[in-house]
Design a protein. Structure first.
Length: 119
């Protein structure tokens, strides 16, 4: 479970890094819509906070943490697929797919399932 929590922490740090990058790009360039740019930044910060909260729950093997993490990984996988294949940016989408697959694998191992069952 510790590895699964660490992967979610890496995702949270990546989401926060994405929020900082979006904020930098919004401030240094001309955005088509400042409102949409700010909304994307807020969404990235909220995603980072949710991932960090879920990582804490996984680290403590809290029963509530597994479901949201699985749901977020499925959404991350869809985002990665769309980015890699439909958006034509495999350098961004393939790593997202890989991280989501690793996290889902770590949560599906017998040890992880038993850790939640014992609680």
């Amino acid at each position: 479970m510790r590895w699964a929590a660490l992967v979610v922490v890496v995702e949270a740090v990546g989401a926060m890094g994405g929020a900082v990058l979006l904020a930098w790009l919004t401030l240094t360039s001309t955005a088509v819509s400042v409102r949409n740019a700010v909304a994307e930044i807020v969404f990235a910060v909220l995603a980072a906070a949710a991932l960090g909260f879920c990582a804490r729950g996984l680290w403590r093997v809290s029963g509530w943490a597994r479901g949201p993490v699985v749901a977020l990984q499925l959404l991350l996988g869809l985002l990665g697929y769309t980015t890699a294949f439909q958006g034509g940016r495999p350098e961004v989408g393939v790593p997202l797919l890989a991280v989501a697959a690793v996290e889902l694998y770590l949560l599906a191992t017998p040890e992880a399932r038993l850790a939640f069952f014992r609680r």
